[in-house]
Design a protein around this ligand. Structure first.
Ligand code: PMT
Length: 402
């Protein structure tokens, strides 16, 4: 943050008071900070406090110094290296997305070429409202960086999603996002191979044995690894997902084809993360032609190679991360797998839960380590879990290099 010019935009959420500490922490981290408030926000937190903490006058009114107004918002906008809105209300998010610029905050954020960050905070129902979600998605597509709000007790008296995260978390998120933008992501100069999707074991040319993996978990990890600066190779069984930006895509179908692809990259890889659901069996004698209808048939299955086990046996300097899809004794089975497969970390998920595992947007479970420790992963979006996994991987890599 040293020497960075940051604009903190404050809109009228009840959590506006937390923005004071955000400004203070940014300054302590070496940034120069200027604050822009909406007129409504001044009813919740005083400009005087923001002025004192930031060390600069607070910009609120477009018309205050009429002789200067036409340059003030442009001057501020071009001064900024980053523009963060804390808290971002449903109203201000809607206005920014609609291209409305009718006050100092919405005008300066529209005028700035700097990267833009929003920290939404509002009542749960407002946050979940499809209009707000549509606006956030549209802003995401336009390149805005959006922090997930926290869950917990809200000022309106209910408990749910929509809380402004703590100032420390906001500053740490902003710092990390800026590092990525500056080309200093957590996995800069590393090569990461991610597997995803469910393998397909062919019975004949038109039928296969498969599983419910959608690829969402693996694709989220690949997207995060690429975002954090890694050369990212995604070895994927068939899915209906778009390949994340900046990722090298290697399509496969069966466990054997996945193994061939993974093995061919392994020696030149720093990290392997096996999120794919790999079939443990394949059909012994795949039919060359479509099998004709009959009253009954018996399929003989033979064991597939365990790709991850093989990588564990050949491991040199690579960091190996496996997944375990379990329906019971999740932690105990995970602890066994992490050791048996010679892994550095394992993500054990409980796939019997309706909001975790296969083909849903959320996941939960444990990070399990070979030396007998583990961490609980509370239920969260797969995109958030992907970020947590990559953070964990970067810490393990750093510790390895020591
Ligand atoms: O794709 P989604 O819909 O988002 O769902 C995500 C997921 C549930 C598929 C994912 O979170 C997950 O748990 N992936 C691992 C599924 C699995 O195959 O688990 P397992 O416990 O059977 O295997 C343990 C590990 O060995 C896995 O890393 C697996 O990739 C690997 N393996 C398994 C069998 C095999 N023959 N070769 C392997 O390499």
């Amino acid at each position: 943050m040293e020497g960075k010019h940051i604009i903190v935009g404050v809109s009228a959420g009840i959590a506006a008071y937390k923005a004071i500490e955000v400004v203070s922490r940014l300054r302590k981290a070496g940034a120069e900070v200027k604050v822009v408030m909406t007129e409504h926000a001044t009813h919740i937190a005083t400009p005087l406090t923001f002025g004192e903490i930031s060390g600069h006058p607070v910009a609120i009114d477009m018309w205050e110094e009429i002789h200067n107004w036409n340059v003030e918002h442009i001057a501020l906008a071009t001064w900024a290296d980053a523009y963060i809105v804390v808290p971002a209300t449903a109203n201000v998010i809607g206005k920014i997305n609609a291209g409305i610029a009718d006050d100092m905050l919405t005008t300066t954020i529209m005028a700035t070429p700097a990267p833009k960050f929003l920290c939404p905070a509002m009542n749960s129902e407002m946050y979940k409202n499809p209009i707000v979600q549509r606006n956030l998605e549209s802003l995401r597509q336009l390149g805005y960086h959006i922090m997930e709000p926290a869950s917990g007790w809200l000022a309106c008296g209910v408990t749910g999603v929509g809380r402004l995260p703590e100032p420390e978390a906001i500053v740490s998120w902003l710092t990390q996002e800026l590092q990525v933008i500056d080309g200093n992501g957590l996995l800069k100069d590393k090569t990461v191979l991610v597997t995803a999707g469910g393998t397909q074991e062919y019975i004949d040319p038109v039928r296969y044995i498969g599983n419910h993996s959608s690829g969402k978990m693996g694709y989220a990890i690949a997207a995060e690894a690429a975002k954090q600066g890694a050369r990212t190779i995604l070895v994927s069984a068939p899915t209906s997902l778009d390949v994340p930006q900046g990722v090298e895509y290697i399509p496969v179908d069966s466990a054997e084809s996945m193994k061939a692809a993974v093995d061919s990259y392994y020696d030149n890889t720093d990290v392997v993360i096996m999120a794919a659901a790999v079939s443990d069996f394949r059909v012994a004698n795949k039919a060359e032609q479509k099998i004709k209808k009959m009253d009954s048939m018996t399929l003989e299955l033979v064991k597939n190679p365990d790709i991850l086990q093989g990588l564990g046996e050949r491991k040199k300097d690579q960091l190996l991360v496996g997944f375990a899809a379990e329906t019971e004794h999740v932690l105990a089975y995970g602890e066994d797998k992490v050791k048996r497969k010679n892994l550095d970390m394992l993500v054990a998920n409980d796939v019997s839960k309706s909001n975790a595992g296969f083909n849903v947007d959320t996941n939960e479970g444990y990070f399990v380590y070979p030396h007998g420790t583990s961490k609980v992963i509370p239920n969260m979006k797969k995109t958030e879990l992907a970020a947590a996994i990559i953070k964990e991987v970067s810490t393990l890599l750093r510790n390895k290099d020591k």
